[in-house]
Design a protein around this ligand. Sequence first.
Ligand code: SF4
Length: 405
Amino acid sequence: MRALLDLTAEDFHAWLQAQGQPPLRARQVRRWLFAGRAESFEQMTDLPLALRQALAAQFQVFGSRIARHLRSCDGTNKLLLRLTDEQLIECVLLLEDDRHTACISTQVGCGMGCVFCASGLAGFERNLTTGEILEQLLRLRNLLPDEQTAGMNPAARLQTAGMNPAARPKTAGMNPAARLQTAGMNPAARLSHIVVMGMGEPLANLDNLLAALDVATAKDGLGLGARHVTISTVGLPAKMRRLADLKKQYHLAVSLHAPNDALRNQIVPTNDRTGIAAILDAADYFYAQTHRQVTYEYVLLRGLNDQPRHAEELARLLQQRQAHLNLIPFNDVEGLPYQRPEQASLTDFVARLRRRGLVVHVRKRKGADIDAACGQLRRSALAPRGEQALTLSRRGAEDRREERE
Ligand code: SF4
């Protein structure tokens, strides 16, 4: 059975026409999905019964099932979704002050093979469809209790949708954990940001991703601002240029991880086909076309790319660019030989870059107790049961201290 979210608007109109239904039915169904939070056709009570039955006979509202739902003590929620072909993907909801960020996947597995990444360990399986990308957003959004309509049934909820979606949440100012504890009382409802940083290389599945983001940023979709969407890439220059030419206001994050080709070839194997210079050129082009500052991501691996000479080289590379640098101290992954940098190395690395005038941010560690780093939950779900239990208990005992420099 097909997932409704995989149908293009044109396909759905054609299907409705074949059923003898007027075009307005498409708008009604869309409102139910995006504003009414319906998860079944039965809930779409202003549609004729015969249409609801015809829809239910041919389509599913969601094609995936929630295989696991983990909640972190810091408010992070992680879903492991089982797709119709039994493949597993992950998506994460991050709560931080007034931000509700969905981190989504674009592929099953990944073919880029970054040596520190759990997602790439089992290789690439397939691209996600547009519907599967959208479904992650809806499932994560639906974890947020509806501010306006908590406790209402779906029909009443739909009637109030659009009354005051930007209203400031009553829980503003609470920390995420406290907010989560009040879930069900009256917390905020809307996703505010999307980061396309989950499993897979987003630009390798650009068409399906763009179609999903078109819906996510449409007023009658999820209504997010394009400037609140970040697309990450390991660096596919031709696709970066194509994205730039679209002149959307999406934010681009380039995963650099090394300041020279010799080291980057070791950490990101696909680099030997592109090289850092071509990636930086494409990033500069993106900035020239969109006037959106590019973020460079740099995972710090102890002893490998976190030394003073790497910081100096990185500074030289980015100094003249409109760049923002996001440093990500590595989170241990079972079975991988890499380690988080020492605190002293991290502090020194940051200081050297800042002395060269770079804007540097050290990413907060979120969801450490629920395997929230990309691909780890899927990997533990695919592992034999004994290994899975070991992985989860080891992660739970980890230091959850957050760092911000
Ligand atoms: S870090 Fe990203 S691009 Fe690299 S293997 Fe993992 S998912 Fe793929």
